[in-house]
Design a protein. Structure first.
Lengths: 458, 177
C-alpha cells in the first residue's frame, strides 16, 4: 500500500545553496564587520535626530507640564494614549511570530522572529513612555506599584489602569527574557567568531559559556516551548487589558464587550504591517533575500489581510451595536464620528484600514515588495487614526452637549510622537549593527543538511 | 581518581554521522558523554535519552507562586491594608483580581523558566575544558562534536579512541583539563 497517500513534496523555506557555514557567515558578518555601511549611518542619524527631538519635548514637558500638549477636558487622553495603544499594538506581532507561530510549528517564522521580537521590545519601550509622561509628574511613577509607604495609600486594584501597569510591565519583561534566551546560542557564535578582544569579551559574557551541548539544547528546547506557551496567553491578555481601559468606562463609543478581540486583531494587523515595513528595506540593504524570502513577505501579507478583515468586521459591528442598543448616546457617538467634527479622520481611517488593504487579495501585490511596503505604511497610518478616533471623538462629545469640546494637537504633541518614532529607529539601527538580526541557529535547522537521515535501526 | 584528561572528542561534518556515533556510544554503555552541535537535533536527544528534565516542574511551581502572590497581595491590600467602602460592595472583590493574578502567574513562570534553564545548564560557566580543543569554535558554526568524558567508568583511552575512529570522524582529539 505504498501509493495510497503521498504528502506533497515539502517546499524549502530558505533559498537553495545555503550551508551551515554560509548562513552563519552572512548573518554574523553584518555584526562583526568593521565597515559600517553608509545607509546604516543615514538611518541611524535620522533616528538620532528624531530622538533628540524627543528629549527636547520631554525636557519642555518636565519644565512646563502637560499643558504643552493639546489635552484639555473633556479630551484628557489625546495623543499620549493614542500613541501608547498604537505602539503596544505594533509590538504584538513580534510576540505572535515568536510564540504563537512557534507553537503552531510554522517554521518560516525562524528567519523573521529575531528582529520581530526586537521590534516588540522597542515598541513597548516607546509605548511605555506615554502613560508615564502623561502622568504629569513622571518621576512619581512608582506610586502605581503597591509598596509600603508613609502615605498609607495603595493602588486601586479594581481599576483597569492599574491592571494595565501590571500587564504592560509583565509583557515588557517576558518579551525581553524570551528575546535574550533566543539570543544565547547566537551570542556564542559571535563570541567564537569575533576578531577582536572587545567583541570576544562582550559577546562571551553575554553568551554565558554556552557551548551547544546536547544536554543544554534539550533543556533549552523545553524552555523555549514553555516561554512560548506563557507568552501566547500573555500577548492576547495585554491588548485585552488595554481595551479594558476603554470598555470599563461608561463613555459612549467605548463601553462595549467586543473591544478585547477587536483590539487584539488590530494590534496584530498593525504589528505585521510594521514587520513588513522593517523587513522589506532590511533584506534589500543587506542582501538577505535568500533568508527572508518572498514567501515570508507573502505569508505576512496574508496574516495582515486576515486580521484586517477582522478589524473591518469590528467596525461594522460597532456601528450595528450602536444602532441595535437603542441607546441614544451610543447612537449619537457613532453618528458624530461619521458626520461630526472628526468625520474626515474617520473616513480616512476607513479607507486606510478597510478599503486599501483589499488590494492584498491580488497575488501580484503580495509578491511585489514595494507595493507591500506601501500597503503596510497605509495600514500603520490607518491603525494610528483608529486609536485617535476611538479616544478623541468619544471623549470630545459624550453625554451633555454643554460639556463637549474639541481636541487640537499642538506642535509638541507631534514632536513627542515623532520623537518616539525616532527612538524606535535609533534602537532598531543599534540592534541590527550589534546583534544578529536573524536567528542563526534557527535558520540552520531549516537547511536541508540539518535533517538526520534515517538509517537502519541498531 | 582524577584522569589526566577531561575526555576525548570526535569531530563530525554532518548531523547524521554524529547521531549514529552518539547512539552507538550510548548502546555500548557510555553514560558520561555529551554532544555539541550548532543547533538542536531531535534525534540526538533520542540517542542520548535526554527527553526528561525538571524544567516543567520548576515553571509550574513558579507559576503557582506567582498566582498566589498576585491574589493574596490584592486580597490583603483591598481587605486589610487599605479597605475602601464603595456603596457597601464586598471588599473581597475577587473577579477584579483575575487580571493581576494572571499577569503575575505568567511573570513568575517566565522568570522561573529562564532562571531554571540557566540553573539546569549550569550557566553562566566561565570555563569549560571542551573549549581547549582548537576546532571547537566551529561547534557554534557548522561542526558536530561527540565527547566521551574520562569520568565514565568504562573509559579507557585507547579503546575510546578506537571506538570513535570507527565512525570515520574528521578528527579525534584529547581534551585537556
Amino acid at each position: 500500500m505504498a501509493d495510497v497517500m503521498q504528502s506533497p513534496p515539502k517546499q524549502e523555506i530558505i533559498a537553495p545553496g545555503y550551508t551551515f557555514g554560509s548562513v552563519t557567515d552572512q548573518i554574523a558578518t553584518v555584526v562583526l564587520t568593521k565597515k559600517t555601511p553608509l545607509f546604516w549611518f543615514a538611518g541611524f542619524s535620522v533616528g538620532l535626530t528624531m530622538l533628540l527631538l524627543l528629549l527636547a519635548s520631554i525636557g519642555l514637558l518636565l519644565t512646563k507640564g502637560v499643558g504643552i500638549w493639546g489635552i484639555m477636558i473633556p479630551v484628557g487622553w489625546g495623543f499620549a494614549i493614542t500613541n501608547f495603544v498604537w505602539w503596544i499594538g505594533i509590538g504584538h506581532a513580534g510576540t505572535l511570530i515568536s510564540a504563537i507561530l512557534l507553537l503552531l510549528n510554522q517554521q518560516w517564522r525562524n528567519s523573521i522572529n529575531r528582529f520581530a521580537e526586537a521590534m516588540t521590545l522597542f515598541a513597548v519601550a516607546c509605548a511605555g513612555m506615554f502613560p508615564l509622561l502623561h502622568m504629569g509628574r513622571p518621576w512619581l511613577f512608582y506610586w502605581m506599584f503597591p509598596y509600603p509607604n508613609t502615605m498609607g495609600v495603595q493602588p486601586q486594584f479594581r481599576s483597569p489602569l492599574v491592571w494595565d501597569v501590571f500587564a504592560v510591565s509583565t509583557y515588557a519583561t517576558v518579551s525581553a527574557l524570551f528575546w535574550f534566551v533566543g539570543l544565547i546560542p547566537d551570542l556564542a557564535t559571535l563570541r567564537d567568531r569575533a576578531q577582536n578582544r572587545i567583541g570576544r569579551t562582550i559577546y562571551g559574557m553575554l553568551a554565558m559559556g554556552w557551548r551547544g551541548s546536547a544536554r543544554h539544547w534539550s533543556v533549552y528546547e523545553t524552555a523555549t516551548l514553555l516561554l512560548a506557551g506563557l507568552a501566547t496567553p500573555l500577548v492576547l491578555s495585554v491588548h485585552t487589558v488595554v481595551s479594558f481601559d476603554f470598555t470599563i468606562a461608561i463613555v459612549p463609543g467605548w463601553h462595549s464587550t467586543f473591544f478585547p478581540p477587536y483590539f487584539v486583531a488590530g494590534a496584530i494587523y498593525s504589528g505585521f504591517a510594521m514587520v513588513l515595513v522593517l523587513a522589506i528595506p532590511l533584506r534589500v540593504a543587506y542582501g538577505l533575500q535568500g533568508l527572508i524570502t518572498d514567501r515570508h513577505l507573502e505569508n505576512a501579507a496574508k496574516i495582515m489581510l486576515a486580521t484586517g478583515l477582522i478589524v473591518a468586521y469590528a467596525y461594522i459591528l460597532e456601528t450595528f451595536n450602536a444602532w441595535y442598543s437603542g441607546d441614544v448616546f451610543e447612537e449619537a457617538a457613532i453618528w458624530h464620528r461619521m458626520t461630526g467634527p472628526y468625520m474626515s479622520t474617520y473616513w480616512f481611517l476607513i479607507s486606510c484600514n478597510i478599503l486599501a488593504p483589499q488590494v492584498l487579495w491580488i497575488r501580484k501585490v503580495r509578491t511585489t515588495p514595494w507595493m507591500l511596503f506601501l500597503s503596510s505604511m497605509v495600514v500603520l497610518i490607518g491603525m494610528w487614526l483608529e486609536r485617535y478616533v476611538i479616544i478623541v471623538s468619544s471623549l470630545a462629545q459624550d453625554f451633555l452637549p454643554s460639556s463637549w469640546g474639541y481636541f487640537h494637537a499642538t506642535r509638541w504633541d507631534w514632536a513627542t510622537y515623532a520623537g518616539t518614532i525616532g527612538l524606535f529607529i535609533f534602537l532598531f539601527f543599534l540592534f541590527i549593527r550589534l546583534l544578529p538580526m536573524i536567528s542563526i541557529f534557527e535558520v540552520r535547522t531549516l537547511l536541508p543538511g540539518a535533517r538526520v537521515k534515517e538509517e537502519a535501526k541498531g | 581518581m582524577t584522569q589526566p584528561i577531561y575526555g576525548i572528542m570526535a569531530e563530525f561534518d554532518d548531523p547524521t554521522s554524529l547521531v549514529h556515533a552518539a547512539r552507538a556510544a550510548y548502546q555500548r554503555g557510555y553514560r558520561k558523554l555529551d554532544a555539541h552541535t550548532p543547533f538542536p537535533i531531535e534525534e540526538l536527544s533520542d540517542a542520548l535519552h535526554l527527553h526528561k528534565n525538571r524544567l516543567p516542574l520548576i515553571v509550574l511551581l513558579g507559576g503557582i507562586c506567582g498566582g498566589l502572590t498576585g491574589f493574596l497581595l490584592q486580597a490583603y491590600v483591598t481587605v486589610y491594608q487599605f479597605p475602601i467602602n464603595i456603596g457597601g460592595r464586598p471588599l473581597l472583590s475577587w473577579p477584579s483580581y483575575i487580571i493581576i493574578t494572571f499577569e503575575l502567574t505568567v511573570l513568575f513562570a517566565a522568570l522561573s523558566s529562564v532562571l531554571g534553564l540557566l540553573a539546569l545548564c549550569g550557566l553562566p560557566m566561565p570555563y569549560h575544558p571542551v573549549f581547549n580543543v582548537p576546532s571547537f569554535a566551529m561547534a557554534s558554526r557548522h561542526k558536530f562534536f561527540l565527547c566521551i568524558e574520562s569520568s565514565d567508568p568504562l573509559f579507557e583511552h585507547d579503546a575510546v579512541v578506537a571506538f570513535l575512529q570507527s565512525f570515520d570522524p574528521r578528527e579525534v582529539s584529547d581534551i585537556a583539563h
